[in-house]
Design a protein around this ligand. Structure first.
Ligand SMILES: *Cc1c(COP(=O)(O)O)cnc(C)c1O
Length: 344
């Protein structure tokens, strides 16, 4: 029997391993010069501002809220079609989450539905597709760009802060890790103060949310290949699109060559058709997933009426995601493409 192609898998090269070995040999394993180097890498990528490396993307979301002086009771809008990390960060900050429905075509938060009382909006660049940051700003909200699925694309410089994740299944990884950036450096400065509690002159509640130099060594090594990672992802994305030949819809908003596609998501007419395709890909040995299940939608977690979130509900019922990552061998890309051509 042929092996099932995993839905996701990190690519860890000999250079990454050498970078980690070098960090270990240096004897400096906690937050140190490599973390500082990674922050400088992000500053260079974004063409200015400041970055603060952290232990996770969730920590970065929390400290972005903290950095924007979000207080207890402030309303923070977020797409309901996203992972619960955002909800956790908002609760940690003592703020009030307000899930908003997304657009059916590109899965991003719809600015037209933004509640007026929202002080901050979390703009998730879903699977690499750009959320409408300018539209959200026009509605008077401060914007945190969630770039956890769009690193390597053009996003991250238009909002009041941006966050990134280096978890194992993300675009680049150090096992775990995160980063918050902002154009003025104010948010990064507040995050830098918060992430380290030891030996401080005056007391304020802080927490240990630091990244290690071991992680930073691996992430920096991967970061130096970001151009190649993006090119490989775009190539696989284009191959799948051609194999599909327009017989099913895909997530919109990823056509532009400047964007980094994080997932290849098919959107079917209805749930029965989606389930039929799930079976087809499983039978073809392709590791396929439902990117977000109904029960994971944030409005459901919060006990809100699903009737008010029709697009997210529909997406949960009609989408499936195929393997799209640089560790795929050419032969595996071929196999997925063949399965796409053979869609019943
Ligand atoms: C992964 C992810 C996060 C959380 O990052 P962690 O490093 O796992 O805490 C937040 N937002 C989005 C959109 C993500 O994909």
């Amino acid at each position: 029997m042929t092996q099932i192609i995993a839905h996701n898998r990190p690519l860890i090269t000999a250079e990454d391993q050498a970078a980690v070995a070098e960090a270990l040999a240096s004897g400096w394993v906690a937050q140190g010069p490599r973390v500082e180097g990674l922050e400088a890498d992000f500053q260079a990528m974004l063409g200015g501002g400041e970055g603060c490396a952290l232990s996770s993307g969730t920590a970065a979301l929390f400290l972005a809220l903290h950095g924007l002086a979000v207080k207890s009771g402030d309303v923070v809008a977020l797409p309901t079609y996203t992972c619960s990390a955002l909800l956790n960060a908002i609760h940690m900050a003592g703020a009030v989450p307000q899930p908003v429905d997304v657009k059916l075509d590109d899965f991003t938060l719809d600015p037209e539905r933004l509640p007026r009382q929202a002080k901050v909006a979390m703009a998730v660049h879903c699977y690499g597709a750009s959320a409408d940051v300018a539209g959200l700003k026009q509605h008077g909200a401060r914007v945190i760009e969630d770039c956890c699925q769009s690193l390597g694309g053009p996003q991250g410089g238009a909002g009041d802060a941006a966050v990134f994740s280096f978890y194992a299944t993300k675009i680049i990884t150090g096992g775990q890790g995160g980063m918050v950036t902002d154009p003025t450096g104010e948010v990064a400065a507040r995050a830098r103060d918060y992430r380290e509690f030891d030996c401080r002159e005056s007391y304020a509640p802080r927490f240990n949310l630091q990244m290690t130099d071991i992680q930073a060594a691996m992430i920096r090594s991967q970061f130096s290949r970001l151009g190649a990672i993006k090119a490989r992802r775009r190539k696989i994305y284009a191959a799948y699109l051609e194999a599909l030949g327009g017989r099913e819809k895909v997530q919109a908003g990823l056509g532009d060559q400047a964007l980094l596609p994080y997932r290849f998501v098919i959107r079917t007419e209805d749930e029965a058709r989606r389930d039929r395709l799930l079976t087809h890909f499983k039978e073809s040995g392709v590791g396929v997933i439902i990117p977000l299940e109904r029960y994971e939608l944030l409005h459901r977690y919060l006990g809100l009426d699903p009737y008010d979130f029709p697009n997210a509900e529909r997406l949960a019922d009609t989408t499936l995601s195929l393997p799209l990552y640089p560790a795929l061998a050419d032969a595996e890309v071929e196999r997925v493409s063949r399965a796409l051509k053979e869609i019943p």
